[in-house]
Design a protein around this ligand. Structure first.
Ligand SMILES: Nc1ncnc2c1ncn2[C@@H]1O[C@H](COP(=O)(O)OP(=O)(O)OP(=O)(O)O)[C@@H](O)[C@H]1O
Ligand SMILES: [Mg+2]
Length: 283
């Protein structure tokens, strides 16, 4: 089942011995059931912090997150998480037994969880590596096992933090294609963190562009290109331009001509946070 995610007026402040860091300021957005959201922004803009709050690993210092209408208070575990790090699998378990892990915790009977694990390994095209251990697999294969593990648990939402960032460009493209396929077959609600514009345009229904210091949502861009997407098409390139125009000074030379845009964009205020929160989430 795919769940709706609501993020309303969420901030997060880290407190260290020396100082406080406002990592996320007043972020509001929603992800509809089965929608694929990419969160895009420069290093340090608070993407991982948002991810950790969605997953329930960190509690917002202000605002609220709801998944499927229920408040994320750290006890809500109806989500699968895939991290950037290859070392997220249990090294002493085979690929199949890694995928089975969440089902074991839930007490699913052995034969049933074995079937489910094989089904999801097949989905990420790794059924012939089911009995291999993580150290016998490449980085990309390990990430696919991690995706299969997150999906096998059948979560309401799938959260992915730059899962392919450490892969070479060719493998990354192949992984993106596979992920787009898997998503079309499973229709999970996905939040996918990236700092790669092309990746966001390839995968997302909606892109949240973030700005740093403090991390805040700058724009929300809806992409309605047909799937599978063609990175060489005019519409794809235009979508990249549209996103770059919201990313700030680094992309100023790529600012598109002022022609009417085919993408529904909501510009976010970049000034100080408003005193009162707008009603109903996204202004
Ligand atoms: N544990 C922590 N203690 C203090 N400050 C932190 C901590 N983790 C992150 N920060 C700060 O919060 C801000 C946001 O960090 P975060 O990791 O969310 O960024 P990010 O957008 O994921 O960056 P990257 O693209 O590099 O992964 C940064 O300024 C960072 O220094
Ligand atoms: Mg990060």
């Amino acid at each position: 089942m795919a769940e709706r995610i609501e993020v309303e007026g969420v901030s997060y402040e880290y407190q260290t011995d020396q100082r406080r860091v406002l990592a996320v300021r007043d972020a509001s957005f929603t992800v509809e059931p089965s929608e694929f959201l990419c969160v895009l922004g420069p290093s340090g803009c608070g993407k991982t912090t948002i991810m950790n709050m969605l997953a329930g690993f960190l509690e917002p210092t202000a605002g609220e997150i709801r998944i499927g209408g229920r408040k994320q208070d750290g006890r809500l575990i109806d989500r699968g998480v895939v991290f950037q790090d290859f070392a997220q699998l249990f090294p002493w378990r085979t690929a199949r037994r890694n995928v089975e892990f969440g089902l074991e915790v839930r007490g699913v009977p052995r034969a049933e969880r074995r079937d489910a694990a094989m089904r999801f390994l097949k989905l990420v095209r790794l059924e012939s590596f089911a009995e291999s251990f993580p150290h016998q697999l490449s980085g990309g294969m390990q990430q696919r096992v991690a995706i299969a593990r997150a999906l096998a648990y059948n979560p309401g939402v799938l959260l992915m933090d730059e899962p392919f960032a450490a892969l070479d460009a060719m493998t990354r493209e192949e992984m993106q294609r596979q992920l787009a396929d898997v998503w079309q077959q499973t229709r999970k609600t996905v939040v996918y963190i990236t700092h790669n514009v092309t990746e966001a345009v390839y995968l997302a229904d909606k892109v949240l562009v973030m700005a740093a210091h403090p991390g805040s949502v700058r724009a929300e861009i809806r992409l309605e290109l047909p799937r599978p997407r063609d990175p060489l098409s005019d519409a794809f390139v235009e979508a990249q331009r549209e996103i770059l125009s919201h990313l700030g000074p680094h992309s100023s030379e790529l600012e598109p001509e002022r022609t009417p845009s085919p993408f529904a964009t909501t510009r976010r205020p970049t000034g100080p946070a408003p005193q009162t929160k707008p009603e109903g989430g996204i202004p």
